[in-house]
Design a protein. Structure first.
Length: 144
């Protein structure tokens, strides 16, 4: 079987996370402004904007890492963070389903040993394609 790669993050989840980050950061700045603890002028704006741009840039660069690869009978998942990475044999995937209870409705793999692996942050279209490929490979459709 030729390797298949499913790449791409869910833009709506990314937009929501970045907007929550900016909202929290703006709230903290507003508190400092009210207390008179901010530096005025261009230096103040530089001190305000630089860390925010750095945090947003780090998040965007981390999301570029997200991918799932089906090759040589293995499923390799690289999540947004390195600790989310895993690799499982495709034969050990018993079922696959979308969990509506988790944020972003991620794809969940049910393994033969009873464990579950969550594929977070994927684009819905890519998740549907991956689900179809896994079902074609022998995984059952499961509805929790």
């Amino acid at each position: 079987m030729a390797p298949r790669v499913y790449r791409g993050f869910d833009a709506m989840i990314a937009l929501r996370q970045v907007s929550l980050l900016a909202l929290g950061y703006s709230g903290a700045f507003l508190v400092l402004w009210t207390l008179g603890l901010v530096i005025r002028g261009w230096r103040g704006w530089a001190l305000l904007v630089a860390p925010l741009l750095m945090m947003v840039g780090l998040r965007l660069s981390a999301w570029r890492r997200l991918s799932v690869e089906l090759a040589d009978g293995l499923l390799r998942y690289e999540g947004v963070a390195a600790e989310d990475d895993f690799e499982v044999p495709q034969a050990s995937i018993r079922a696959v389903y979308t969990d509506p209870q988790l944020p972003g409705r991620p794809l969940v793999l049910v393994l033969q040993d009873g464990g579950e692996r969550v594929l977070r942050g994927m684009r819905p279209r890519q998740a549907r394609r991956l689900r179809a490929a896994l079902e074609a490979g022998g995984a059952h459709r499961y509805r929790p």
